[in-house]
Design a protein around this ligand. Structure first.
Ligand code: NAI
Ligand code: MG
Length: 372
């Protein structure tokens, strides 16, 4: 039996293209690792009415971690239309399988490194090296939402908050509510995770990004808990910045930021902004880490127009694979892989279309292998 069992979920669209690149590179490294492929995504929604079949969850339960490509998601009505005729009228609803995995496997930490590699023509500046820590299971993406707003909810909200008075005249079906739920446990574990990472990687600055002056209760909780955790790490400098201002600072002086700690939606936005500073979607890797499991994925989607053309940049996928090797404890291999990617970018001979070249996805992967 192999030392590590990795669930491979290519998904659809370019998820498959970039997974092929990752598989090639992993197979070229003499790691004792078994890749076990599983089903996820649009195809399984259409055929089975479930984009995350039970067998795939079982696969995740019996592996060390998961490498994920990308999936296609479409809005509610469109999703229904594409269902196999035999499945229509069963009241099936499309739910993003990646969000479902994050929640079911409690992958609370979303880690997104945004590092400018020397020689990348897409760098906004060459001295950027940020890691975003985003809470991944609660906040505004908790999935607790209402439309139309039921009477019982309106009444409770009215009892609890004077601010509700301004909505008195609005009918239930002209109002929608999405709950931003934070828990002390949720805030503490992502904060702890970020501070531990800082300590381990000898980083000495964390910027907590929230908006406590306006969203007092939830952002306030995150700030309070982060301050409390920070006491255990006296060598790490902590700064608090409002999320709107952070948008400006990241454009003005991105080189000044080290680690960013924030909640789910703010992290989603801030990490996309940060990724664009270092080359965009082709370079944006991520890890979703929980107490017992982890999933690694490029942050881009399935880019349907490029699906199967083997044209897109596999760097985001390969850097996610690098993060997976770190997670498995294979630090040497992880560093070797990152160094090889760095060399290919620096040499600039093999560039995909986004970098202004015409190399194909697997040419890039082969060049990485040549540099391992
Ligand atoms: P997308 O990320 O798939 O692509 C947007 C554009 O970015 C592409 O058209 C392409 O120009 C560029 N791009 C993306 N990845 C690239 C790469 N590796 N190299 C070079 N260029 C790259 O986002 P879009 O078009 O908004 O969404 C397409 C589908 O993907 C939708 O169904 C969406 O719901 C889904 N999606 C899935 C995600 C996931 O699987 N985690 C994340 C984001 C979107
Ligand atoms: Mg996003």
């Amino acid at each position: 039996m192999a030392k590590y069992k990795v669930a491979c979920l290519p998904g659809d669209g370019i998820g498959r293209d970039v997974m092929d690149a990752a598989q090639m590179v992993l197979e070229a490294m003499d790691l004792d690792l078994e890749l076990i492929f599983g089903d996820i995504g649009w195809e399984f929604w259409k055929k089975e009415g479930n984009p995350l079949p039970e067998r795939t969850k079982d696969l995740l339960r019996t592996t060390d971690c998961c490498l994920f490509g990308a999936i296609t998601s479409k809005p509610k009505e469109e999703a229904k239309k594409e269902l196999d005729p035999s499945l229509k009228d069963r009241g099936l609803e499309y739910k993003s399988p990646i969000v479902a995995i994050r929640q079911e496997f409690n992958l609370f930490a979303n880690v997104r490194p945004c590092k400018a590699f020397a020689g990348n023509p897409l760098n906004y500046r060459d001295d950027i090296d940020i890691v975003v820590f985003r809470e991944n299971t609660e906040g505004l993406y908790s999935g607790v939402e209402f439309f139309p707003v039921p009477d019982y909810l309106r009444e409770s909200l009215k009892k609890g908050s004077k601010a509700m008075a301004k909505f008195d005249e609005i009918p239930n079906d002209e109002m929608a509510v999405s709950c931003r739920i934070f828990t002390k446990k949720g805030c503490r574990r992502i904060a702890k995770f970020a501070f531990e990472y800082a300590k381990e990687h000898k980083r000495n600055n964390i910027t907590v990004v929230e908006k406590p002056n306006v969203i007092r209760e939830t952002s306030g909780m995150m700030i309070r808990e982060a301050r409390d955790i920070a006491k255990e790490y006296p060598d790490i400098e902590v700064e608090e910045v409002n999320v709107d201002a952070m948008g400006m600072w990241l454009i003005k002086n991105p080189q000044n930021y080290d680690l960013i700690l924030t909640s789910n939606m703010f992290g989603d936005i801030v990490s996309d902004l940060s990724a664009q500073l270092v080359g965009g979607l082709g370079f944006a890797a991520s890890a979703n880490i929980g107490e017992n499991y982890a999933l690694f994925e490029p942050t881009h989607g399935s880019a349907p127009k490029y699906a199967g053309l083997y044209k897109v940049n596999p760097t985001a996928m390969l850097l996610s694979t690098k993060m997976m090797l770190d997670y498995l404890g294979e630090k040497e291999y992880a560093t070797k892989l990152e160094d090889a990617i760095k060399k290919v970018i620096k040499e600039g001979k093999v560039k995909t279309y986004d970098m202004g070249g015409d190399a194909k996805t697997l040419d890039f992967a082969k060049e990485v292998i040549n540099n391992l």
